[in-house]
Design a binder for this molecule. Structure first.
Ligand code: HEM
Length: 409
């Protein structure tokens, strides 16, 4: 998903901008909570073993510092000395006090982590699918019917909970992590899955696709469909959310109209799909016979790429097509495709976008760009079928939820 991150040349509202805080900020932060020298050292000692990361929103908006260190939000995010045996806390605190070299601290932390039973259900051994007797790293069966793919660059979070049961994913221990950057692993898994279901069909989607009518899909087509099912819902919806935020900020009157009447959200989302083209082109088609389009004859068996984004700017179909207008009334456009390949995830995409925009605009109606508009780039995705922002720096602006009720929710 497009990172909504803060890259602020000149922050317009410094108090609301996103900033990450890590273990090196712990001492200052725990001073703010009123901890003594010894207590602060103990917190830092725990953070050599378990991950700590939080952000300015949690610190400035969610934690009640007057109630810290007992404030529940503070406890949720900050390492607590009783999370480790006292002897381990003392040992790590001792190493920190004597400024021990990084390698000694890491070795001691590693030894403690291994005792903490990082994968209590044997996930690394028992859950990965295997191929020809070898486990596939970075893949997990959470349930027999599902497969999870853990992209290496995705193993982070904007704020770790101190009691995160997935802590092993976030510490500096490559051997403990479920992660891969080899997409070939997933392809190999899907290939094997198709072969297995061919031999033993069951009551599942792959078997249904395998049995699809007389015109059965080839293995290649089936793999392509399965892979699309896995990936089609990620960058697409994320790009719609990012692209949509920019479009609404470009058209403040439309944004105001939407804020004034949130009931217009479904129509606004269809207009954002039309206007921002998260999927600007359909996937490749091949002509089965000669066809003439716009006076040009395309012979049979030629590859054709349909530009959905262009069709959605057809002035004959959409008056003033280059303007965002959430009041167009008729939501139908080609942004989710057409015909038998019409987006399988269309209802989900609309729902996800609706939840995201309602939450974001509901909480931060004063959202602003935190970068020069001209500096935004759309390099995410393949540039052909996917069109998304590289990053979207924003200033959230004041929250519409009063601080008090936020704290005690
Ligand atoms: C804003 C978000 C999305 C947009 C703009 C979008 C757009 C599209 C488009 C234009 C097509 C047709 C491609 C073609 O004709 O070649 C398509 C197909 C497809 N989409 Fe989406 N999509 C979105 C979200 C999703 C989600 C959330 C899922 C699933 C979880 C999904 C799954 C699929 C699948 C499986 C197909 C292939 C259908 C087929 O070939 O029969 N999409 N999508």
């Amino acid at each position: 998903m497009t990172d909504i991150q803060q890259v602020v040349p000149e922050p317009r509202q410094a108090e609301t901008r996103f900033r990450a805080f890590t273990a090196r900020h712990l001492d200052t932060l725990t001073q703010r909570a009123g901890l003594s020298d010894a207590e602060r050292l103990a917190v830092r000692a725990v953070a050599t073993v378990l991950p700590f990361r939080t952000n300015s929103y949690v610190l400035d908006e969610l934690i009640d510092w007057e109630a810290a260190p007992d404030d529940p939000m503070y406890r949720l995010v900050f390492p607590q000395p009783d999370m480790l045996p006292g002897s381990d806390v003392s040992r790590m605190a001792g190493l920190l006090s004597e400024n021990a070299p990084e390698s000694r601290i890491h070795a001691a932390a590693h030894e403690i982590r291994m005792r903490l039973n990082p994968h209590p259900a044997g996930q690394l051994l028992l859950n990965p699918p295997s191929l020809e007797g070898r486990p596939l790293p970075g893949l997990q069966h959470k349930y027999p019917e599902t497969v999870l793919f853990f992209p290496r660059q995705g193993q982070t979070c904007h704020a770790y909970c101190s009691y995160c049961f997935r802590w092993a994913q976030f510490v500096d221990e490559p051997d403990l992590k479920m992660a891969t950057d080899d997409i070939g692993t997933l392809v190999a898994y899907l290939r094997e899955l198709v072969a297995t279901k061919r031999r033993n069909p069951a009551d599942d989607l792959v078997s249904v696709l395998l049995a699809a009518g007389d015109d059965a899909l080839t293995t290649q087509e089936l793999l392509s469909s399965l892979f699309q099912l896995v990936v089609a819902g990620h960058d697409t919806t994320a790009s719609l959310i990012g692209n949509g935020v920019v479009a609404l900020l470009d058209y403040p009157r439309q944004l105001q109209a939407l804020l004034a009447d949130p009931g217009r959200m479904p129509a606004a989302i269809d207009e954002l799909i039309r206007f921002t083209a998260p999927v600007p082109h359909a996937t490749f088609r091949v002509t089965t016979e000669p066809v003439t389009v716009g006076g040009v004859e395309i012979p049979a068996r030629e590859q054709v790429l349909v530009c959905l984004g262009s069709a959605n700017r057809d002035p004959g179909r959409f008056p003033a097509p280059h303007a965002l207008d959430i009041g167009r009334g008729d939501g139908t456009n080609l942004g989710l495709g057409h015909g038998i390949h019409y987006c399988l995830g269309a209802p989900l995409a609309r729902l996800e976008a609706r939840v995201a925009f309602e939450a974001l605009l509901g909480r931060h109606p004063g959202l602003l760009l935190a970068a020069d508009r001209d500096a935004l780039t759309w390099t995410r995705g393949d540039g052909l079928v996917l069109r998304g922002l590289t990053s979207l720096p924003v200033v959230l602006g004041p929250s519409s939820i009063p601080a008090k009720s936020r704290r005690h929710r």
